[in-house]
Design a protein around this ligand. Structure first.
Ligand SMILES: NC(=O)CC[C@H](N)C(=O)O
Length: 358
């Protein structure tokens, strides 16, 4: 294994060894404290542009599931058709693996998909640095090729445009009881599965597609990578849809941010984001608290919500916004992931609520 160094923007250096594809890479360094779920997280399009640090120390020991596709074209075990994170950073990579559904090792998968993976990193120290300083740009450089240093960029790049579908895709066509237009900002497969198993037809459209003239019963706005402020075209279409009809709207993660923007709210960047399977959120107006799976770096500023909107969920750790709802219309969204995969399924009922409204 070749020696590598992770170099952060503040000059901190973390020595490690390469176990994935051998290529220098740069991106926003983020950390995820979930104990499981590396196949799902790596294929979550919302990680585009990011180097994903896992704080759970032992990674790789349950291998990687096979890449198979369901008849409707969706990946059976992954959240999309490929790895989207720029790299994975772990403390102790295990080449040995054992799991009923494992097909190959994490290293073999990373190499095939040309994604770097580094091990031997002091991920606890790295996470402490990121928590104190906030997320930072970082580079993985091979020690024997110190001059090959890639340019690190993240802010201002429209990653949604890179990962969204390029044409309209229909699922359950003619078979579903109701039609849902899904604005694909980088949708996770399990969101589509959660809709399909509730007997709806899903019309998946590119993030900047003007869907407002289409025939549909409800609108869904997906998760997605990068800065929501780069997705103004989608915001304009959501706004137009809200002015044309009162059809139900449900958004997840980036979808929460874009719906909030359409309602006039402002988005800001969190210091180091929420990435884990155990983020507690409280449903506003109740004492009900849910454990949720999350992956976001930006948040909606509660104080900027328009007069017609109110927070629906609040994060119990830092008081930040975790969802909104319109005061009179059937429009709501969650900043966390009710579809989880991997993660707790406590809030999957939000899909039931949405489908009931259609
Ligand atoms: N998972 C998501 O949809 C993330 C939304 C946005 N890219 C953020 O980081 O906040």
């Amino acid at each position: 294994m070749r020696n590598v160094t992770l170099i952060l923007d503040d000059g901190s250096r973390f020595p490690g060894k390469s176990f994935g594809y051998e290529k220098p890479v740069a991106g926003e360094v983020v950390f995820n404290t979930a104990m499981t779920g590396y196949p799902e997280s790596l294929t979550d399009p919302s990680y585009a542009g990011q180097l994903m640090t896992l704080t759970y120390p032992l990674v790789g020991n349950y291998g990687v599931p096979p890449f198979t596709v369901e008849p409707n074209g969706l990946a059976t075990f992954m959240e999309s058709e490929r790895i989207h994170a720029e790299a994975i950073i772990v403390s102790d990579y295990s080449e040995e693996f054992s799991h009923w559904n494992a097909k190959e090792s994490l290293a073999d998968w990373l190499k095939r998909e040309q994604v770097p993976g580094i091990t031997g990193i002091d991920t606890r120290e790295l996470t402490k640095v990121l928590r104190e300083h906030g997320v930072m740009m970082g580079k993985i450089v091979f020690d024997d090729e110190p001059d090959k240093v890639p340019e690190a960029t993240y802010a201002g790049i429209n990653y949604v445009d890179k990962v969204s579908c390029k044409e309209v895709i229909r699922y359950n066509e003619g078979a579903g009881k109701k039609k849902v237009v899904l604005v694909d900002c980088g949708v996770k497969t399990n969101i589509i599965r959660c809709l399909l198993k509730r007997d709806v037809e899903v019309i998946r459209v590119p993030w900047n597609h003007d869907f407002t003239g289409m025939e549909y019963d409800g609108l869904f706005i997906s998760n997605g990578p990068g800065d929501p402020d780069t997705c103004d075209e989608a915001v304009q279409h959501i706004r137009k849809a809200m002015s044309l009809s009162d059809k139900p709207i449900f958004g997840i993660c980036m979808g929460n941010q874009l719906l909030s923007k359409a309602g006039g709210a402002i988005i800001y960047k969190l210091k180091y984001g929420h990435r884990s399977h155990n983020q507690p959120v409280r449903m506003v107006g109740t004492e009900r608290c849910f454990i949720t799976s999350q992956n976001h770096g930006y948040a909606v500023d509660n104080n900027t919500l328009g007069a017609d909107w109110e927070p629906l969920f609040i994060n119990m750790n830092d008081g930040s916004n975790e969802g909104i709802r319109h005061k009179t219309k059937p429009w709501f969204s969650a900043q966390f992931h009710p579809e989880a995969a991997s993660g707790p399924t406590d809030t999957e009922f939000l899909f039931d609520e949405f489908v009931k409204l259609l």
